[in-house]
Write a protein that binds this ligand. Structure first.
Ligand SMILES: *Cc1c(COP(=O)(O)O)cnc(C)c1O
Length: 354
């Protein structure tokens, strides 16, 4: 018997979520597959979406080449653009669409010979203040790009810092800044990330960029009928009973007050389960609610079976997925679903189509 731990990836749920996002966006929508599709396997996810997705997005060239080598023919946007002028030849050869968010990237296109037919997404900093041209620099960057004769199409994009906060006015402000920055300039648009698609109808213009929504982890406080895609699963491989006063695991962070039945689960922080998850973090055992007790180790963690007399060796454990909301685990561990899913490693990814 091999180690009974795996991440089940439900490709039917992925398609459901993509189609839900696309219906809301009511326009072309990129499926964001950066970081190995948030830990779900970018090639498998791209193939599963290939007949419905208008295009894909990744962070950088290497991620896009992985998809092209796997036979993906749809448009692919490089969300960070290129880091060096050398990359533009491959961008052209593989017909990738590249973000330009910084003056140095304009210069690379200006100075490089033998490149033509580029499709550029020009990034406007509408208030996140991370990457993108300041509003007053946008028209100049736009003109410089068109003047090169190497750019055949420009789409204006911006990115929201706080679209997951329904009560913040930051998103409306960003939208207004974006509108005024591109006023009078011809080109397509792309504004919404997942939270924008889900909760900011006035921002659903042009291309949507659906990331976390694809994977079924809702970034907003509301309910949107998303289906979780990844289920991180394992089994109980040993059971023991703690006597009152005994402390469990590294640091002795859980101390039994009465006899406690402990289940050992074959997943640890080396698999991507967050070490910071405290006592009380939810888990599911044979479909029943339980919780973490004691500190997460590298290769295993410990759960409370005291109230589950039928659970024992071989019982199925879900760390997150259909029964345990990944957001609940992320909240308990002081992080976000994105980080948990991106960090999954060592366990095999097992794909299911229905
Ligand atoms: C990652 C990313 C997205 C997707 O964000 P989600 O919150 O996962 O939907 C959209 N746009 C840009 C520019 C990104 O980098």
């Amino acid at each position: 018997m091999t180690r009974p731990s795996q991440a089940i990836i439900d490709l039917g749920a992925l398609r459901h979520n993509y189609l839900l996002a696309r219906r809301l966006q009511d326009g072309p929508t990129l499926a964001v597959l950066k970081a190995n599709a948030y830990g779900h396997g970018s090639v498998q996810c791209a193939h599963a979406l290939a007949d419905v997705a208008d295009g894909f997005a990744v962070a950088f060239l290497g991620e896009a080449l992985t998809l092209r080598e796997a036979g993906i023919r749809q448009p692919i946007v490089l969300l960070e653009g290129v880091f060096h002028a050398d990359e533009l030849a491959l961008v052209q050869q593989h017909q990738l669409w590249t973000v330009v968010h910084h003056e140095a990237q304009v210069r690379m296109i200006e100075q490089l010979n033998d490149v033509h037919g580029l499709r550029v997404w020009l990034k406007v900093d509408s208030g996140m203040h991370r990457v993108g041209f300041r509003p007053e620099q946008v028209a100049d960057a736009y003109k410089r790009l068109l003047c090169t004769g190497k750019v055949i199409d420009i789409t204006f994009m911006t990115h929201f810092a706080r679209a997951d906060e329904p009560n913040s006015d930051a998103t409306e402000k960003q939208l207004a800044v974006f509108e005024s920055a591109i006023e009078g300039l011809a080109g397509g648009r792309s504004i919404c990330n997942s939270a924008g698609i889900l909760e900011w109808p006035e921002a659903r213009q042009g291309w949507g960029r659906a990331g976390i929504v694809l994977y079924g982890a809702d970034p907003t406080p509301y309910e949107h009928a998303l289906q979780p895609v990844m289920s991180l699963q394992s089994e109980i491989f040993a059971v023991r009973t703690l006597l009152p006063g005994e402390a469990l695991g590294y640091g002795g962070t859980f101390v039994a007050e009465e006899p406690v039945r402990v289940g050992l689960v074959a997943v640890g922080y080396a698999d991507g389960y967050p070490r910071r998850a405290p006592n009380g973090t939810p888990v599911s055992i044979d479909g029943q609610k339980s919780q973490l007790i004691g500190r997460v180790s590298m290769d295993m963690l410990t759960v409370d079976l005291t109230h589950l007399p039928d659970a024992g060796i071989g019982s199925k454990v879900e760390l997150w997925g259909k029964q345990v909301d990944v957001n609940a685990v992320a909240n308990a561990a002081g992080t976000i679903s994105y980080e948990l899913m991106c960090n999954v490693k060592r366990v095999p990814l097992v794909y299911q189509s229905e």
